[in-house]
Design a protein around this ligand. Sequence first.
Ligand code: FEO
Ligand code: CA
Ligand code: CA
Ligand code: CA
Length: 628
Amino acid sequence: MDHDDLSFDDIDELISPRAEETDFDRVVDTALSRRGFLGGVMTFGLGSFLVGTTALTGDARADSDRFGFSAVPANSNDTITVPDGFEWEQVVAWGDPITADAPDFDEATRGTAATQAMAFGDNNDGMSIFTRGGRTVLAVNNEYTNRKIMWGNNPDGKPASGDDIAKGMMAHGVSVFEVARDDAGNWQVVKDSDLNRRITPQTDMDLTGPAAGDDMLKTAADPSGTTTKGTWNNCGSGETPWGTYLTCEENFNGYFSAADEAHEVTAELKRYGVSSKDWGYGWAKIDDRFDVSKNPNEPNRAGYVVEIDPFDPTSTPKKRTALGRFKHENAAVVLAPSGHAVVYLGDDERGEFLYKFVSHGVYAANGDNSDLLENGDLFVAKFHDDMRGEWLALTPDTTGMTDAEIRIHTRQAASKVGATTMDRPEWVAVNPTKAEAYVALTNNKNRGKKPNAGGDDTSANGPNPRVENHYGQIARWMPDNDDHAAQGFNWNLFALAGNPDVHDDEYAGSENINSGNMFNSPDGMAFDSTGLLWIQTDGKYSNEGDFAGMGNNQMLAGDTVTGEIRRFLVGPNECEVTGICWSADRRTMFVGIQHPGERGDSHFPGGGTSVPRSGVFAVRRTDGGLIG
Ligand code: FEO
Ligand code: CA
Ligand code: CA
Ligand code: CA
């Protein structure tokens, strides 16, 4: 099966087809009740959800220039475009050595499993920077591999040997490495640093928290259900106030298969998209763990947030089952006024949910916080159409499930309590200057068309107001009493992406979207220290039809007070822009470019006829000034 033109959700649906919404009456009923609610709202248009843009009028627009840069026009150029007065440089790309004894990337062979295990992984995504004692470490997720590029030296673009499969496997996980500026001021990997480390699908890890030791986590290799190997499909990320890195396992299901394709997986695994067919990685051919007919519990040991100490290369990463198991996007950590650690978590699949974890323990400055994510309460978001919302507790009482079941079958628990189905929650970002949080809801072509994988109704709802949503939106919530641990919140929409040149209805987008800044599929998102919201896209780059005028995937900045959104960067062909962090002095912004040329039309960053490679890039002002 050729999956190249399909999204991960499409592949899941192809393998496990989902019924079209057939309960016509239910759809009509819901639409009618919405009409009752929207009756008044509709006279103002969907913009009425958009509290932020009410300030975006005349003087507010003219006066607001917290951006510090001029907008970059959309383009379809095979390079990175930044505003006048800014420059960029490559820091590291797929296959570059991160240990002193690893060879340089070999264009002809694209390396071996052994060289890849010592080199920067493929398809970098979320990342964080850590600075301690004058040393700077980047921790970067390597989400997955582009098969036709990874094995593009083979005639059919597929693995030709067990080592080829293992090379692909070693390109997954996390790359941790020290960086420093050279004499010319450019950021370089410190190849001989004792802090450098590759974390791969074979790295030893602990399973911790409420599900640790449960029967559902036990396998032949680990009869205790408390230790496991590796992490893969590491998508977004997070960092804690106590200096650890959080890497989030997203589409973990696509790596499992069964030698017998007729093998039927359980309903519990189906909810997560696990099946007898993988997505072309072939891991079960070299490691029985990934054969779900032989190791039916192995998929229960993936789909978590993993905590890593970036300054201790000998430390054992910890899978935090307390934060639930789903297709984790990122992990946005904030301390409540009480000192409890609050972690916002999205489950990126059509019609899945938005979650919140609140630790049982409280943060101790200069104390031991290493077990703060070990235990805590898990909640799922319910958005009401009256612009209020609440966090529904997932407990044995509310779900009829054991605590371990809630942490392992978290999607099922959330369905039971009637959480709000969302348009694919990608990153959550917490405003450092104000008690509010934002979530990128990237798109959902099934909205109003098909139920989610658990059969939950997906009629249009407050924060997900458009059926067949190809553009996506950004929602935000303000917790009661400015306390992220509170149960209740107010919400509204910061932006509805759309194309005002093509549409004059709700698909034109919200008032803060115009011909000069339009984009689709917001995904990566982070606040800088000044409170500007940086938005990265992973959308359609055809620049045609519904997407005409949007160009390549890009990064924009949003002023959350005025609602203004301005394009800062355009990525190369067929890439996603994902992953962002800042140097300690705020004079460098690191930006990730993922899968340039995923369909064969890029030679970024090398140019000429070179192999396209994902990488991390440093962006600075040419005058050396602050950037975020
Ligand atoms: Fe890996 Fe949902 O993005
Ligand atoms: Ca993403
Ligand atoms: Ca995405
Ligand atoms: Ca991607």
